[in-house]
Structures are given as C-alpha cells and as structure tokens.
Design a protein around this ligand. Structure first.
Ligand code: TXA
Ligand code: MG
Length: 340
C-alpha cells in the first residue's frame, strides 16, 4: 500500500517501526526498506523480505547527532569525520565507523563497524525523528536487482505487502557513496551520490578508487547486482551509433549517454547533454523503463570517460555490475552480423 506523507501517516509509520514492522520510505538517493535498528527481530524481517543473505550488512539512517553518538564507538579520527559530516550531511554519504554495542550484530552482519548516514529527504528525516530510533535500511529492491527510485517501483519489486511512504521520484537517483573511516587508510567502498573528487577536496588528500563494496564482506558471492530483468550489455559509442539507423528493427532497446540527434521509439538516453550528474539521476529510472519494454536485450553506450571526472565512477560501477554475467561478445557479434 502506498501512502502520501502527511503528519498523520508519518506518525503511523513511526508507530509501525516501534512495533517491529518493516516499512518503505523515500530518501534522496533511492527508496529504503526500513526497520528499527535497535530491534534485531524487526531487522531480520528485512533480510527475509528482500531475500538478502545475512552476510550483507545494512546502512543505519539517523536524523540527528545524538543518534549518531549512540550508534558509533568513540575511537575514530574526529577531525576527518567532522569535516565530512559538516560538508555532506544530510546527504548521500555513508560513513563506516566502529560500532557501538547498542547496534545488534544482525544489522552489521557481525562486523565491528557500522555504516551510518543522515538522508537529505524531509520525509525520511521526519519519520526517523518521529520514531526516535535509528532506522536500518537497505535499498527497497529485491536482492540483486536495481534500486527503486519511485514508490511504484518498490511495490512492483517486492512480493510482500509493505506499507510505502510516497516521496515522489528521488532527487539523486543512485545510492550513497560509502567511505570506510574505520581503518588507517581511508577508502571508498562504493561510489555513489557524492563524487570522489568532492570528498578529496574536503579532506585535502587523494583516495584510492578501489571499489571493495560487499567483496570485503563476502568475497565473490555477489555476482549479479543492480540487475535488470532484461539482460543488459554495455557497448562503445561507435558500436551503438552504428546501430542507431536500424533501431526500429532491432529486438533491443538502445540507451545513449546523451540524446542522439536521430530519435525514435526504440532508443532512450540518460541525459540531453551528457552531464554526469544528470546521467546519474536518470540512470535507474531509464533502466527501469527500458526493462519494462520487455525486449530481448538492453544495450547501453559507454563513451570513453575519465573515471575521476564528476560522477563517471558511480555510473560505470552500476552499469558494469548490471551487465556482469551476460555473454556480451556473443550477443553483440550476432547483432553486428545480422544488422550491419
Ligand atoms: O543510498 C543508500 O545508501 C541507500 C538508501 C536507502 O540509504 N541504501 C543502500 O543500502 O544502498 P544497501 O543495503 O542496498 O547497500 C548498502 C551497502 C551494502 O553493499 C553493504 O555491503 C555495505 O553498504 N555496508 C553496510 N555496512 C557495512 C559495513 N559495516 N562495512 C562495509 N560495508 C557495509
Ligand atoms: Mg542495494
């Protein structure tokens, strides 16, 4: 069931959280599937609903700094954490820090660290404030599929009947950037809605671009992530532009980085001008929409890009994972042979 956020519904959702129920709520990145982070039985329900393995830890969402103090342990570099929080919170940056014993092990998959963020969304913040507890929440997709950016997409992906607060389409459009501050060497565990260069500027240091998300937790376990139901293949600009004149006849959807001059019904694009922030914002919604066409395949253009520029790293990360496991070369060669 989808609910419009009002004072009354937000209060009702907060009561549900305190009763140990699971609910879905909007954030500025993607929709979350939330439970009271202090309640291990409620958190267990999230894993069951999502069919998510218990080794994959959850992000804890907070609305104020008192909550922050209650879920992290005090031994971390305060100067660095303060700089990041001051600049990026509320916002799409998740910090991995030593965890307080108040957070049950099921939330962190037994790790000694906890991932925490303050979302920049008025509905999310009101809900957490009203419930007075931190909310553990993964993205509200079925495990392995791309994250929902609208309330309807949450409803379509989850077979369980979960109450959903409708905050409209999310503004950032991809998940938060996750940064590990629990070790001496700072690292990005997942690129996301804050670019690496923005973080480097604030910290005044270079950060390695090793994307270690999940693999650190469970090496090699998660082959398919951010999947569409339709197999997705990434291809070069040259290749996809060569296919453009045949788009009407192809059993595929073509997705361009920026709007191609020749338009027709069988092509989509992430952005009018190729700006990486806009591409990010439109990434999942465009993939969701391409998926719903139920064609044989989705072909996505990957132009030559500098990973360090803007949000390129985030976009490449999601598209690489979305295409992982698909036999690209065979499919692409067949297309070439048949149509060009
Ligand atoms: O934007 C977002 O981050 C969204 C919204 C709902 O906040 N949430 C989200 O959660 O993307 P999820 O569960 O889909 O992804 C969280 C990632 C997982 O890959 C998990 O492995 C990692 O965070 N993670 C959580 N706790 C961690 C920890 N203590 N150490 C390392 N990685 C952790
Ligand atoms: Mg997720």
């Amino acid at each position: 069931m989808i609910f419009r956020p009002t004072k009354k519904t937000i209060k009702r959702f907060a009561e549900l959280l305190l009763k140990g129920e699971v609910i879905s709520f909007p954030t500025e990145t993607v929709y979350g599937l939330g439970a009271n982070a202090f309640d291990p039985v409620a958190v267990e329900k999230i894993f069951k609903i999502k069919k998510r393995p218990f080794f994959d830890p959850l992000i804890v969402h907070i609305s104020d700094y008192r909550m922050f103090d209650s879920i992290v342990e005090n031994h971390f570099d305060k100067r660095i954490v303060e700089k990041l929080i001051k600049r990026f919170w509320p916002g799409p940056l998740t910090l991995v820090l030593p965890k307080s014993p108040l957070i049950p092990d099921i939330v962190t998959a037994g790790l000694k660290t906890v991932a925490v963020r303050m979302p920049d969304n008025p509905v999310a913040l009101s809900l957490i404030r009203e419930s007075k507890v931190p909310v553990a929440a993964p993205s509200a997709n079925r495990f392995g599929m791309i994250s929902p950016v609208t309330a309807i997409q949450v409803q379509e992906q989850l077979s369980h009947k979960i109450p959903i607060l409708d905050g409209g389409r999310t503004s950032v459009g991809v998940e938060s950037t996750i940064i590990d501050l629990s070790k001496k060497k700072i690292s990005i565990l997942r690129p996301g809605g804050i670019s690496v260069s923005e973080i480097e500027k604030v910290l005044n240091q270079k950060i390695s671009l090793k994307n270690k998300s999940i693999k650190t937790v469970a090496p090699g376990q998660l082959k398919n992530h951010y999947s569409t139901f339709t197999p997705l293949f990434t291809v070069s600009s040259k290749f996809i532009y060569n296919l453009l004149p045949y788009a009407n006849r192809l059993p595929v959807i073509l997705i361009f980085w920026k709007k191609p001059s020749l338009g027709n019904n069988y092509i989509k694009w992430f952005s009018k001008d190729g700006d990486s922030k806009t591409v990010c914002r439109n990434l999942f919604i465009t993939l969701h929409s391409a998926d719903s066409e139920k064609k044989k395949a989705i072909l996505v253009e990957i132009p030559l890009l500098n990973k360090r520029d803007g949000f390129n790293y985030t976009i490449l990360d999601r598209l690489t994972k979305a295409s992982r496991g698909n036999e690209r070369s065979l499919f692409v060669r067949t297309l070439l042979h048949k149509y060009i």
